[in-house]
Design a protein. Structure first.
Length: 313
């Protein structure tokens, strides 16, 4: 039997823009996906026992099997080897929290252990990236990087195929956040393709928006390192506006963002692929976190209370 684990994540700055080489900031959260893997003689079966948004597993099932197939190829495993794979853990299957990447990392680690293969984190990250392609088409790699390494990271995709830039950011102390789920399952692959198509159709407008996203990420990195949380929140609000402009927000996400800001969050934005999925709000201090979480729950949305910037969460 092999076991493995992968971190969930929130993208603080730069989702979608990172796919095109703009830098972004991501943090692992203290929720994980775990996998237990056993070799079987018949066919590969997946038992997904995660708490999910309605319809999540069904929607993702095909992509999940393709993802496992891709990872086995990347690991050089004989394609005739079949496994029983059980997925669980505290990370819910809400779109936007990197659940696909967290489970890919967990599965890759568990398979390696079951087969007695030694796999470094770097190699695990590469294998999980192959798996992510089934879910995201042309992923940036930010999700699997956070799922593999944990912590708070600066990330820039290498657009010429070389290694991505990954820098660990150390902040004074972890920051409380809340994650609000719209309950709507989103298709990251379709969202990523949509942005690429609109960018191709309107290069001038998108060029400007992408430049702004890059500048914003640089300012956000400085503000985080100086622990200027008011500024971080303001920049998150700006980031949400840019994401609205590239067409990846959703009425429910805008609603959640509005409730969070009205209740004192320092900043709020959609996180991940958008089009449903999740939003995040910066709510330092347990009292503020509670206030914002309860206001959102009162409107019927599910909330995850967590923290960013926890070292090796
Ligand atoms: O929705 P998620 O958790 O799969 O996050 C997707 C993040 C994107 O930036 C939209 C895609 C990517 O590969 O970076």
């Amino acid at each position: 039997m092999g076991e493995g684990s992968g971190f969930g994540k929130v993208i603080l700055f730069g989702e979608h823009f990172v796919v095109h080489g703009i830098p972004g900031i991501v943090s692992a959260i203290d929720s994980t996906n775990e996998a237990i893997v056993k070799r079987t003689g018949t066919e590969t079966v997946v038992r997904d026992e995660r708490k999910t948004a309605k319809g999540y597993s069904q929607e993702k099932q095909k992509q999940q099997l393709e993802s496992i197939d891709r990872m086995l190829k990347a690991m050089g495993v004989d394609p005739k080897t079949t496994f029983e794979i059980q997925i669980g853990g505290t990370l819910p299957g809400f779109s936007g929290l990197g659940a696909s990447a967290a489970s890919s990392v967990a599965i890759a680690r568990a398979i390696a252990q079951e087969l007695g293969m030694k796999m470094s984190d770097e190699r695990t990250n590469d294998v999980a990236y192959e798996g992510e392609k089934a879910y995201a088409g042309t992923p940036s790699g930010i999700d699997n990087t956070a799922a593999t390494f944990g912590g708070l990271l600066w990330f820039k995709k290498n657009m010429t195929g070389g290694p991505n830039l990954i820098e660990r950011l150390r902040i004074s102390e972890p920051i409380d956040i809340i994650i609000g789920s719209t309950g709507i399952v989103a298709n990251t692959k379709a969202m990523v393709e949509g942005v690429a198509n609109r960018k191709r159709g309107n290069p001038e407008k998108y060029g400007l928006l992408f430049d702004q996203a890059g500048e914003l990420a640089i300012l956000a990195k400085k503000a985080l390192l100086r622990f200027e949380l008011g500024e971080v929140g303001r920049l998150m609000n700006e980031n949400h506006r840019l994401l609205q402009e590239i067409g990846v927000s959703h009425d429910a996400l805008d609603d959640l963002v509005k409730i969070a800001r009205k209740n004192g969050a320092y900043g709020a934005k959609l996180t991940g692929g958008g089009g449903g999925g999740c939003m995040m709000a910066l709510t330092p201090g347990r009292d503020l976190q509670k206030k914002v979480a309860e206001a959102i729950e009162k409107k019927g949305y599910e909330v995850l209370r967590t923290r960013i910037g926890v070292e090796k969460t």
